[in-house]
Write a protein that binds this ligand. Structure first.
Ligand code: PLP
Length: 371
């Protein structure tokens, strides 16, 4: 039977879901939303995720790296963008020219930004990153005011925002996040007292946006929530959010194999009787993990992946779906006839968490956008 459609395996991304998820974030927090679209938009496609989020009301986009920010600008995304990580010195000038805001946490960054504006009438927009307990990037709280003062007195640079990042906002115990918030509040009070508090203050990721109203300030940075995925099992999304991504394929072949037939590399699986085996064109080259115990949906039933996952293909045991034919839909993530495999299900099977599953979806998988 000939295959229909254009792709062997593909991602279906529902832009309407992304828009609706952003609206949920806006309504629940009452703050501005920065759509965090790093890592190819959590696998959803950086530009389409950003565009859909902006349509849903996000006023900012957040990225990890300058390359991502430039990609958004090239695609015509014109609103404010913040690089959350370090900007390589060699690209600071380009970032400033593109009106891209940058995170800073030491004097070197400030001087590099100021130097890049020398002789121009451009202004570098800086967000001071304060380390309050993430144990990652940032300036120590007690040094923040001094750096803010330097920024205020340096020509060519503007202190546009101040921010921090939570390490444990997705856990049920609120205390570690409360402790970080107290540290941050002290920094804000000192900035205020010195007349240096900038217009934008942000701390909350998706988890904190949804669970800590006191941490929303005037901007929240939401990534996983706008994709409609849970920040963690302890911090599930409330009612009203919905996942935007499904992963599908088409069976390329279905046949009966006689007993004793080895399936895939290493013959880890050997047919015990005459078995119906299907082949689907998806593999670890697409980000589908080579672990035992995978399940997919075919014909509205959950069926086991048998034998090793290959680079471009998997084999599935279809005895429970005798009507299965080449060309039939295979669901790796998503719904089929009322059955569902969530990103969380796959993450559990793979011994990881949902963020890593979607970020691991290879660039080679075609993305099909709807809505
Ligand atoms: C990735 C990231 C976010 C978004 O986190 P989610 O949990 O996906 O909402 C927010 N802030 C910073 C600094 C980040 O690195």
């Amino acid at each position: 039977m000939p295959l229909t459609g254009k792709h062997s395996n593909w991602l279906e991304i529902d832009r309407g879901a992304i828009e609706a998820n952003v609206r949920q974030c806006l309504e629940r927090t009452g703050a501005q939303v920065m759509a965090v679209v790093k890592a190819n938009g959590y696998g959803h496609g950086i530009v389409p995720l950003a565009r859909a989020a902006v349509r849903g009301g996000a006023t900012w986009c957040g990225v990890a790296r300058v390359e991502e920010a430039i990609e958004l600008r090239r695609a015509g995304i014109d609103g404010p963008i913040l690089i959350l990580g370090a900007t390589a010195a060699g690209r600071v000038q380009e970032a400033i020219g593109e009106r891209i805001s940058m995170a800073v946490w030491d004097l070197g960054h400030v001087e590099a930004a100021a130097a890049a504006t020398n002789g121009t009438n451009e202004r570098a927009r800086l967000h001071l990153k304060v380390e309050t307990g993430m144990g990652r990037l940032g300036i120590e709280p007690e040094e923040a005011v001094a750096l803010a003062r330097r920024i205020a007195s340096t020509p060519g640079v503007i202190l546009e925002g101040v921010f921090t990042h939570f390490a444990r906002a997705d856990e049920s115990d609120p205390e570690p996040t409360a402790a970080q918030e107290r540290q941050f509040a002290q920094v804000l009070a000192s900035l205020e007292a010195a007349g240096l508090r900038p217009g934008l203050v942000h701390a909350a990721n998706s988890a904190a946006s949804l669970s800590r109203p006191s941490a929303t300030f005037n901007l929240v940075r939401a990534g996983i929530a706008i994709c409609g995925l849970n920040p963690s099992p302890e911090c599930p999304l409330p009612e009203g959010f919905r996942p935007a991504l499904a992963w599908k394929a088409q069976l390329s072949q279905v046949r009966l194999m006689p007993p004793g037939r080895g399936v895939s590399y290493g013959h880890q699986y050997v047919t015990r009787s005459t078995e119906r085996i299907g082949v689907a064109p998806v593999g670890y080259g697409d980000g589908y993990r080579r672990v035992p115990g995978n399940q997919v949906l075919v014909g509205g039933r959950s069926v086991p992946v048998v034998g090793r996952v290959c680079m471009d293909q998997i084999m599935v045991q279809l005895d429970s779906v005798p009507e299965a034919r080449a060309g039939d839909e295979v669901v790796l993530i998503g719904e089929q006839a009322g059955q569902r495999i969530s990103v969380d299900d796959l993450a559990a099977r793979w011994g990881t968490f949902n963020y890593e599953v979607v970020c691991g979806l290879s660039a080679r998988i075609p993305r099909v956008y709807r809505g």
